[in-house]
Design a binder for this molecule. Structure first.
Ligand SMILES: N[C@@H](CCC(=O)N[C@@H](CS)C(=O)NCC(=O)O)C(=O)O
Length: 214
C-alpha cells in the first residue's frame, strides 16, 4: 500500500503526520510551500480542489479532512489503538476530532488571517479579540476533560495529536496556555513523545529546505 501525506509546516497536517508515525506506517510526506502557493498549483488542485492540507493519498485514492484521515489511519493500523476500542468511547474520540477540526481550528485560522472573515477596515483587532475569547472558553472545556489524566482517553489516541496541534498553534498566537494547566501539561507531555519529536525534526528540515530554495 502506498501512503502519501501532503503536508505543510506549522499546519494541522502535523496531526496525521504524528498519528501515521504512532501507527508505524510506511508513508511518504510530500511538503508543500504555502509561501510559493504550491497548494494552489494546477497539479495540487487536481488532487484537492480545496487547496488545503492535510491530504492523504492511498494507492492513488484521495482523502481530505483531518477527522476522516485520522479515522482511516486508526482503522488501517488497529494495533496502534489510535481510537478507543469501546464503541461509545470511539464516538467520543471522533467527537473530539471533529471539535478540533471544526470547532477550534476555524478560530485559530481567523487569528492567522482576520481579513478572511471580516474585510472591514480596522476590524483585525476585534476579530482576533473575539476569537481569543472563544478559544479561552474552549481551552477551559478541554482543561476539564484533561483533569487528572495524561491523555483524553486511557492511552494516547488520535485526538491527542490533533489537540496538540491546536495548543501549538494557540501558543504561536501568544495564547498563554498556563491559564489552562491541564492543557499545558498535555502539550508538554506530547512534546516528549517520539512521534512528536520526529515531526518537529522533519518540520525543521522542511523549513530549512524552503528557506534555501527561496
Ligand atoms: N477542515 C480541514 C481544514 C484544513 C485546513 O484549513 N488546512 C489549512 C492549514 S492548517 C490549509 O491548508 N490552508 C490553506 C488554504 O486554505 O489555502 C481539515 O480539518 O482538514
Amino acid at each position: 500500500m502506498e501512503i502519501l501525506l501532503y503536508y505543510a509546516p506549522i499546519t494541522c497536517a502535523l496531526a496525521p503526520y504524528i498519528t501515521l508515525t504512532e501507527a508505524n506506517a510506511d508513508f511518504e510526506a510530500r511538503p508543500l510551500n504555502f509561501r510559493k502557493q504550491q497548494n494552489k498549483s494546477a497539479d495540487y488542485l487536481a488532487l484537492n480542489p480545496k487547496h488545503k492540507v492535510p491530504l492523504l493519498v492511498v494507492d492513488g485514492q484521495t482523502l481530505t479532512e483531518s477527522a476522516a484521515i485520522q479515522i482511516w489511519i486508526a482503522r488501517n493500523f488497529p494495533q496502534a489503538k489510535l481510537l478507543p476500542a469501546d464503541p461509545w468511547q470511539e464516538l467520543k474520540a471522533i467527537s473530539l476530532l471533529s471539535w478540533c477540526s471544526s470547532g477550534i481550528h476555524p478560530y485559530l485560522s481567523r487569528i492567522n488571517s482576520p481579513p478572511k472573515v471580516c474585510d472591514l477596515p480596522d476590524a483585525a483587532d476585534s476579530v482576533c479579540g473575539l476569537a481569543k475569547e472563544y478559544l479561552s472558553e474552549t481551552f477551559n472545556i478541554a482543561d476539564e476533560m484533561l483533569a487528572g489524566r495524561a491523555y483524553f482517553f486511557d492511552h494516547f489516541t488520535a485526538p491527542d495529536a490533533h489537540f496538540f496541534w491546536c495548543c501549538r498553534r494557540a501558543t504561536q498566537f501568544e495564547i498563554d496556555l498556563s491559564e489552562f494547566p491541564n492543557c499545558a501539561a498535555h502539550f508538554e507531555r506530547m512534546q516528549g513523545r517520539a512521534s512528536v519529536q520526529k515531526l518537529l525534526a522533519y518540520e525543521k528540515e522542511v523549513q530549512e529546505a524552503f528557506a534555501k530554495a527561496a
